[in-house]
Design a protein around this ligand. Structure first.
Ligand code: CA
Length: 151
């Protein structure tokens, strides 16, 4: 997978935007370190790789580098994924994932959405997309959830 490049810097507002992106990347690296240090997801295999993949996704969709996915970020994300949603649907999707009630999705919430036991619309769409990308690899049936994963 190609690394995220910042060649749109000038289009997006120049130096400040580049700085915001850098800050955002550093902030996410800290979050990842914290998640690993605290062993937040002991049952998850290949956690490092997964967190790196989520970081790439999150940075791609956090268009303004604010560190949060807001309504507009999610709208663009869904359009890119071929699943355009209206304003009400987007609010609902964010609400499913927004743990701290900020109205936006931060990296921690994004990780929890992907790795936590709760199913959400955004997670289903992202996982579907991920599976499509892996089509060339031989894949078995998706792993069944155990009863202990249920909320
Ligand atoms: Ca939030």
């Amino acid at each position: 997978m190609p690394r995220t490049t910042f060649d749109r810097t000038n289009v997006q507002g120049g130096k400040d935007w580049g700085k915001a992106k850098q800050r955002q990347t550093e902030q996410i690296d800290d979050e990842i370190e914290d998640i690993i240090t605290k062993n937040t997801y002991p049952e998850v295999e290949e956690l490092d790789e997964k967190l790196t993949a989520y970081k790439d996704q999150f940075i791609t969709y956090d268009l303004d580098g604010s560190g949060d996915l807001d309504d507009n970020d999610v709208r663009v994300m869904m359009e890119k994924l071929g699943q355009p949603k209206n304003h009400i649907e987007i609010r609902k999707m964010i609400k499913e994932i927004d743990l701290n009630g900020s109205g936006t999705i931060n990296f921690r919430e994004f990780v929890q959405m992907m790795l936590g036991g709760k199913t959400s619309i955004m997670r289903m769409i992202l996982m579907f997309e991920e599976k499509n990308k892996e089509k060339e690899k031989p894949v078995g049936p998706p792993p069944k959830k155990s009863f202990s994963d249920l909320p």
